[in-house]
Design a protein around this ligand. Structure first.
Ligand SMILES: Cc1ncc(COP(=O)(O)O)c(C=O)c1O
Length: 389
């Protein structure tokens, strides 16, 4: 059996060991320490935010943001439907309800026009959601400038779910078309993820990034069990054990140093896939709109079975048979059993992207030979009709 090719495995820089040893030598094996502080400074710089709070996961970062907004039972929060469940789960942790919104075919991300339609119709009923969670799908930024303007008009804060888009950038407001901003600087707050499959990883962990000093202070407090300043243990609020460990941060620092290289590598991988596979009949590569320069975390394409001669599942199974991991595009959250009772504005676009979309191996350490292996299999699958349902 040929060596397995993974979708997005960790890519070490060589400095992880050095920073880990430093951390051990200093005996900062705790949810506090110099590496943690350094990681937060690096994340703030990379996202263009004045503050970054390092926590146990991207999910925890989003949860803390929602808590600070006072999201609770009876509230609603708008959220992209085409995303991983972690973009919406914290809404439910708070006892609130997500309202899902379909994708814009030009970006695959939350459609700003549908967001505005939904906010307008809720306003007519005297209702206002507590937040808009805009996901940067597969490393491609949502149209954040448009979403910020709409959120501002209706008084609803935007949270950028930049879990997948660290290192990407997006175009500024429409009256400043030449300004580019880093992923993570959109809206009121953002989250990034350092999970094992992300463009850089600490083996887990996340950061809440914001210019709102009160949010950053509250998140740091809540993430450390909401301990009040007192010599004994004193708590005025329910807190969480969400703080990142200094040991995790040590790995994260080494990875952050390599972020520009990792973005360049993933974009080059996308370009090679695009050149060969993008030319096949029935294949459409994930577009890059004029509003975003993505990090191409995962190269993703659509397969139209009528033109290609095989469907997405047939291609995925052919890759798996050759020990290559690929994955369907996220199943829309409004179709997930746990969210079936939630409202969704639109949904057809996300449903089609799920039916036809496939994410190809995109790890930044991938060799041209490994990429050729993937592309050979995709090409060979063309003539085979899917046996799968
Ligand atoms: C879009 C999106 N949001 C949120 C998360 C949650 O991040 P974490 O795994 O660090 O909790 C992930 C990935 O895991 C993600 O892909």
């Amino acid at each position: 059996m040929a060596e397995r090719i993974y979708l997005s495995p960790p890519h070490q820089t060589g400095n992880e060991r050095r920073y880990l040893e430093e951390c051990l030598d200093l005996n900062w094996i705790a949810p506090a320490g110099p590496h943690l502080e350094r990681l937060e400074r690096m994340a703030a710089r990379a996202t263009g935010c004045s503050r970054a709070v390092a926590v146990a996961s991207g999910t925890a970062a989003l949860h803390l943001a929602l808590i600070h907004l006072g999201v609770g039972s009876g509230d609603t929060v708008l959220c992209s439907t085409l995303t991983f469940c972690a973009s919406a789960n914290p809404i439910r942790y708070q006892g609130a309800e997500p309202i899902f919104v379909d994708s814009d075919p030009a970006t695959w991300n939350i459609d700003p026009n549908l967001v505005e339609d939904e906010l307008r119709s809720l306003a007519l009923q005297g209702k206002r959601p507590k937040a808009i969670i805009a996901v940067d799908l597969f490393g491609q930024c949502a149209d954040l400038a448009a979403l910020e303007a709409i959120g501002g008009k209706y008084g609803v804060p935007v949270i950028e779910d930049a879990a997948e888009s660290l290192g990407a950038s997006f175009r500024g407001a429409h009256d400043e078309p030449d300004t580019w901003r880093p992923a993570g600087s959109g809206g009121w707050a953002s989250l990034i993820s350092l999970n094992g499959n992300k463009i850089i990883t600490a083996g887990g962990g996340g950061l809440l990034c914001t210019d709102d000093a009160r949010l950053a202070k509250a998140a740091a407090h809540l993430s450390t069990q909401a301990r009040d300043p007192a010599p004994h243990y004193q708590h005025s609020q329910v807190g969480y054990n969400y703080r990142m460990s200094n040991v995790t941060a040590a790995i994260g620092i080494a990875q952050f140093e390599a972020l520009p290289d990792r973005v360049a590598a993933r974009r080059a991988i996308y370009a090679r896939y695009c050149k060969r596979l993008g030319a096949l009949p029935g294949v459409t590569m994930m577009p890059e709109p004029t509003t975003s320069q993505g990090n191409r975390w995962l190269t993703t394409l659509l397969i139209d079975p009528a033109q290609f001669g095989a469907d997405r599942e047939a291609v995925r199974l052919a890759l798996e048979a050759d020990n290559i991991e690929s994955r369907p595009v996220w199943k829309p959250l409004h179709e997930q059993p746990t969210f079936l009772d939630c409202r969704c504005r639109g949904g057809d676009v996300a449903e089609r992207l799920f039916r036809q979309g496939l994410c190809l191996p995109s790890g930044s350490a991938m060799t041209p030979e490994q990429q050729n292996r993937v592309m050979d299999i995709v090409e060979a699958a063309r003539q085979r009709r899917s046996q799968a349902a």
